[in-house]
Design a protein around this ligand. Structure first.
Ligand code: MG
Length: 320
């Protein structure tokens, strides 16, 4: 199949029609209507053997590449609107494309995203998405917005996606429902878009957890020029961590494994009840796990009240 017939057949109408889009796929460029909101633009790439294993289901790859971009939009407090997509494929594999578009299209439709353009080339398997979202002027939530005195909250449960990866790397055993939940979290993460929009007015700062809770928390404190006290006994860690052997430091693993796509949020301690009430209808737990403090010395307060310096150990593509 030629590149052009592939585009025509699979990419011309993906996702749901978004009112912002005046002209979508099919010309040299897309056209967006002018509007009175600010646009937030995000971008993410996934490469075979780096972000997903060789032989990963095309449907999962299609879902995840858009989900991780929507997670970034969520962290900014933006309503998703459009996306562009670049796919590099080692050989022309129509079946792979069809499954990929299904995964991508399902989540695009779910969040009101319209695919407005893209590119296909031959090369090592990789996918790149640029996505745009809208936010009322001045209302975007930045990672630099945390201040001493704010409480630190985290949505959902941390560590399940990382456990799925560890399982696939034969590091520990998981089975049954726990295994399928962890695999689901890794392969088809659900971005916290609705949750972020429900509490945007209460979030002073936010970041999504892609590189690992510790790494992303450090990104947040560095951008906000403050420190944090994080309490071990408050962390919403998956019970599945019991599957790990004593030889592995479960806490260390879970705080640095990444791929959670939960949100770290800085907000007033007084807004905790309101935050929880707004998130409850979305079946989203919110846990207060620490507080932001002045200075540069972040600490993890252990269960025995010992304080250890908090350092980032998340995934760094260019790290040693
Ligand atoms: Mg992010």
């Amino acid at each position: 199949m030629s590149e052009f017939s592939l585009i025509k057949k699979y990419f011309s109408q993906v996702g749901s029609k978004n009112p912002l889009v005046k002209l979508g796929v099919g010309d040299d460029g897309a056209i967006l209507h002018p509007c009175d909101q600010e646009q937030v633009i995000v971008m993410d790439t996934m490469v075979e053997d780096v972000h997903f294993i060789k032989g990963a289901h095309a449907h999962d790859v299609g879902h995840k590449i858009l989900a991780v971009n929507l997670s970034d939009l969520a962290a900014m407090g933006a309503t998703p609107a459009w996306a562009t997509l670049a796919v590099s494929l080692p050989e022309d594999n129509e079946k792979w494309v069809a499954e990929f578009v299904k995964g991508f299209g399902n989540i695009a439709t779910l969040y009101g995203v319209q695919l407005i353009g893209g590119d296909t080339t031959r090369g090592p398997l990789s996918v790149t998405v640029t996505a745009g979202g809208l936010v009322p002027p001045g209302k975007a939530v930045l990672r630099s917005g945390a201040k001493a005195g704010h409480a630190l909250y985290v949505t959902g449960i941390i560590g399940e996606a990382g456990l799925a990866l560890g399982f696939r790397q034969n590091r520990f055993q998981l089975s049954g429902q726990v295994l399928s939940r962890c695999i689901q979290r890794f392969d088809r993460p659900i971005p916290r878009v609705k949750e972020a929009l429900a509490i945007r007015h209460l979030m002073h700062g936010a970041i999504d957890i892609s590189d690992g809770l510790l790494a992303d928390l450090v990104h947040m404190t560095e951008a906000s020029q403050c420190a944090v006290r994080l309490y071990e006994d408050k962390l919403p860690i998956t019970g599945a961590a019991n599957a790990m052997s004593k030889a592995e430091d479960a806490l260390d693993f879970i705080l640095s494994c990444g791929d959670d796509y939960e949100l770290l949020i800085a907000a007033e301690p007084e807004s905790e009840a309101e935050l929880k009430a707004l998130l409850a209808p979305l079946q989203c737990n919110l846990q207060r796990v620490g507080e932001f403090v002045a200075g540069k010395d972040s600490v993890l307060v252990k269960r025995d009240q010992r304080e250890v310096p908090l350092v980032a150990r998340g995934y760094d593509h260019f790290g040693q």
